[in-house]
Design a protein around this ligand. Structure first.
Ligand code: GLY
Length: 391
């Protein structure tokens, strides 16, 4: 079988299928350089449970429940630390208006039976003294965890290769050029041109800060904030990194603009003042693979039963990696179609033959030009294949 795209989703499918004895070739000129390179790695089935996305929320919850086992298996297979952390997520509101907005969503989430526990300001600050005294209130989502996508991808690649999968750098430009018995398209926004499915790039600008002394950040939970109407997330890593994200823009360029950086930083510092002292080490833009209903596209391409699609994960690629890999692997290896797949089948959309990409090239899936000091990020010209994995 051939997998197109070596982001987390493609690599996890390759790992699972190779482990079941299949011969697997993964095509990607730049593994892990797509959306996952930009992604913060939040595993957030609760904080990202939005109005009107009930079926997606079910899939997020199922996949998040698979994450502990998935992480343990990956550690067993590779010995790599992928930065999987389980402190949970604090969702906070800076002003009374911010808190009112947040509360409306918590009520919805609680109505679905999801674990979200409101906390008083004093309880919040007991958990995270680094939060600004101005913060009016918040809630704990204890099952919303995190992983580091930049560690996850190399680990998945190692696991896939140890299981026998082979990675090659030749890009796949047309599905008809592939001669494998089964082809899996896990190419993020690139899936649009390959399959004709309506996958569109949704731009996100993201910053990375670092503690000046290289020690761990002064807070341990993922913090998702509403701050004077801005939505921001802060993801602390043991390495001293804090990921600050993200814009959500219906456009496909990869520019990083001063206004977005300003808004993200202002919101971040309003919530956790000490961040003003951190180094700004990277500014980056990436492209989430969005779909018309914001849910992923999983299953056989209409009229082409040997082509399976695993794309359109939009804001949820990392959290959805385990369930996507399991369900697609079951389809390929004869386990049949899990009922979980039903709402996400490709045939809910029309296929446009010979579709062009939804917009301007992106030659890459996501890493934009990084302008900040010491970013170490790749430029668009260094990136060619997209992946599907943004959280
Ligand atoms: N899930 C976070 C983001 O898409 O920015």
């Amino acid at each position: 079988m051939v997998v197109v795209g070596a982001g987390p989703v493609g690599l996890a499918i390759a790992w699972r299928c190779a482990a079941r004895g299949m011969r697997v070739v993964v095509h990607d000129p730049a593994p892990g350089s797509g959306a996952s390179h930009v992604a913060a790695g939040m595993l957030a089935p609760v904080a990202e449970a939005y109005f009107g996305e009930r079926e997606l929320t079910g899939l997020l919850t199922e996949s998040a429940a698979r994450w502990p086992g998935f992480a343990a298996e990956l550690a067993e297979a590779t010995g790599v630390d992928i930065g999987y952390r389980t402190e949970g997520t604090l969702v906070v509101g800076l002003t009374a208006d911010d808190l009112a907005e947040a509360r409306r969503l918590w009520a919805y989430q609680q109505g679905l039976g999801l674990p979200v526990t409101p906390l008083r300001p004093s309880q919040l600050r007991e958990r995270e003294p680094a939060l600004a005294p101005r913060v009016r209130g918040g809630a704990l989502a204890p099952t919303d965890h995190q992983v580091d996508p930049r560690r996850l991808v190399p680990a998945l690649r190692l696991a896939a290769e140890r299981a026998g999968a082979v990675l090659v750098s030749e890009p796949v430009r047309r599905l008809r050029d592939v001669t494998a018995g089964v082809t899996v398209v896990a190419a993020g926004c690139g899936a649009a041109a390959l399959t004709g499915l309506p996958v569109r790039p949704v731009k996100g600008q993201v910053l990375r800060l670092r503690t000046p002394d290289g020690g761990p950040p002064g807070f341990r939970h993922v913090v998702r904030g509403y701050a004077d109407g801005e939505h921001v997330y802060l993801v602390p890593r043991d390495s001293g990194e804090v990921v600050v994200g993200a814009t959500v823009e219906e456009r496909s360029d990869l520019g990083v603009c001063a206004g977005a950086v300003l808004r993200l930083l202002r919101a971040a510092v309003d919530l956790v003042p000490e961040l003003a002292e951190y180094d700004l080490v990277e500014t980056l833009a990436g492209l989430r693979p969005g779909t018309p209903d914001n849910a992923p596209i999983l299953g056989p391409l209409p009229g082409q039963p040997d082509v399976l699609v695993a794309t359109g994960h939009h804001r949820h690629g990392i959290v959805l990696t385990p369930v996507t890999a399991d369900l697609i692997t079951d389809l390929i290896t004869g386990g049949g179609a899990d009922p979980l797949l039903a709402p996400f089948r490709p045939d809910r959309f029309a296929v446009t033959p010979n579709a062009a990409p939804a917009a301007e090239p992106p030659p890459s899936g996501g890493v934009a030009s990084a302008s900040a000091v010491g970013s170490g990020a790749r430029t668009t010209s260094e990136r060619a294949m997209e992946d599907d994995s943004w959280n």
